[in-house]
Write a protein that binds this ligand. Structure first.
Ligand code: SF4
Length: 457
């Protein structure tokens, strides 16, 4: 972008762009603004926008790669064109993974009220809106990690007052999982402060036993153990592992400001290892690491363009820990709650099947803020005694809150994804129907019972 273009863009406040993007009469103005960077937009979108619509690409087979990702119009006949991306996304009947960064930015910059509202409606097409999954995370090996993640109390490089401990016994995990289950948690996650699993044979065996025990209780299991190879992962899969957590943390651009001891590509490789083996990937990040909103767009772009979207997408809000470099780095930088909400709502729209989890830092949010997150498509929380080394809202408080808002805990191993029937679209571009209104109110009553919801679907 030329200096003149860049400075003009900088001159235009973000809020102005967001306001313009919603109003039909102002779309041209927004397009004019966007035209300043139209080169990159066209480069990334031309192929998709001009792809022929034929019978093949209107069919869905559950595979993200071969789905309607190359469609020029969605099931409602809405074209995939600049200024129209939100409506295009809302009319998709199955996830796509060829989002361009510009498209994600356009959705992210939708006026917040509209973005949140549309995210909730989209959420209802793919998930039961009355269900929130309760997950509990237990640290099985605390501290002493050789990595330099600048926000982490468990890194051996920082003086946070945290004492490194040995791995806990299987019995301790079983007791904690029993307590979590009795309190309504249906996913039990094990965290360990390791860089990678290489050379940890006996630990792997013990973790396998933990996973078996969790599964025997009828709970889903998830582990976060750093980088892992497929043969090691296979052992955990055999033990019944449901998901493997490995976060990308932030955007590729901001990542070097946060971690230097493992690359962004190392992270993506681990996630690939997990998905290729058929284990669900739990992959998200942390907001409030001193990043910009463009980094939120970049972060979402990385996730939404993975060959498979993460089955689980944790959103953490940084809890700055004294003694870590991040504590100083973000001293004068407050993450706005609106940014958290925008990130969640955008994630819900572009990755409609993923379970979006409010993770660390939730206890710093007021109840109405959490409710707004649920309204914008978040459908899981971490609850219990602790969230690794930070505080966590407890079960009792959470159960009261969820009951008050009309939510119920999601059962284990429940397919929350609803089938969205694709609509018939015109095969010939000339026959493309005029833009129809998306049927958004599939579930008009928020607290309707499951049966009624299913009957209405
Ligand atoms: S976030 Fe994980 S990998 Fe990074 S320092 Fe902490 S425990 Fe180690």
């Amino acid at each position: 972008m030329s200096t003149a273009k860049r400075s003009l863009k900088q001159f235009l406040p973000l809020t102005l762009t967001r306001k313009f993007n919603t109003k039909t009469h102002a779309i041209n103005a927004a397009a004019a603004i966007n035209n300043l960077s139209s080169r990159s937009y066209e480069e990334t979108n031309n192929a998709a926008a001009t792809a022929p619509v034929n019978e093949k690409n209107t069919k869905t087979n559950g595979n993200i790669n071969t789905d309607n990702g190359s469609m020029a119009i969605n099931a409602n006949g809405t074209p995939r064109t600049r200024g129209n991306i939100l409506q295009f996304a809302l009319g998709l009947t199955t996830p796509i993974n060829n989002w361009s960064r510009d498209e994600i930015r356009e959705i992210y910059n939708t006026p917040l009220m509209e973005l949140s509202y549309q995210a909730q409606l989209h959420h209802r097409k793919f998930h039961n809106p009355t269900k929130i999954q309760l997950c509990t995370l237990l640290n099985i090996k605390t501290g002493g990690c050789t990595e330099d993640c600048k926000y982490c109390a468990q890194s051996s490089r920082y003086n946070t007052g945290l004492k490194a401990e040995k791995m806990i016994p299987v019995e301790e995990v079983i007791e904690a999982a029993k307590e979590a289950k009795a309190n309504g948690s249906t996913r039990f996650c094990l965290g360990s402060a390791w860089r990678e699993m290489k050379g940890r044979k006996s630990a792997l065996k013990r973790i396998g036993s933990m996973i078996e025990a969790i599964n025997d209780m009828g709970m889903e299991s998830c582990v976060t153990l750093g980088m892992i190879q497929q043969d090691q992962l296979n052992m955990l899969k055999d033990a019944g592992l449901t998901a493997y957590n490995h976060n990308i943390d932030t955007s590729r651009e901001h990542y070097p400001n946060v971690i230097s001891t493992r690359s962004y590509d190392d992270r993506l490789q681990t996630i690939r290892n997990v998905q290729e083996l058929g284990v669900s990937a739990c992959t998200g990040g942390i907001l409030g690491l001193g990043e910009t909103e463009e980094d939120h767009v970049g972060f979402l772009h990385t996730l939404a363009t993975m060959p498979q979207h993460p089955e689980s997408l944790p959103i953490n809000r940084l809890v700055p820990i004294k003694g870590t470099p991040m504590h100083e780095m973000v001293k004068d930088k407050q993450l706005g709650f609106d940014e958290v909400l925008r990130t969640i709502a955008t994630a819900r729209i572009i990755m409609p099947k993923s379970i979006i989890r409010l993770a660390a830092g939730r206890y710093t949010m007021k109840e109405h803020e959490q409710f707004l997150c649920f309204m914008s498509g978040c459908n899981a929380i971490f609850t219990g005694k602790k969230m690794l080394t930070t505080m966590c809202t407890g079960w009792e408080e959470d159960k009261k809150m969820l009951a008050k808002w009309g939510f119920e805990p999601l059962e284990s191993f429940t397919k929350t994804h609803r089938e969205v029937k694709p609509k018939q679209v015109a095969v010939d571009a000339k026959e493309q129907p005029k833009e129809k209104k998306v049927k958004l109110n599939a579930y008009p009553l928020f607290a309707k019972k499951d049966k009624e919801l299913a009957a209405n679907n």
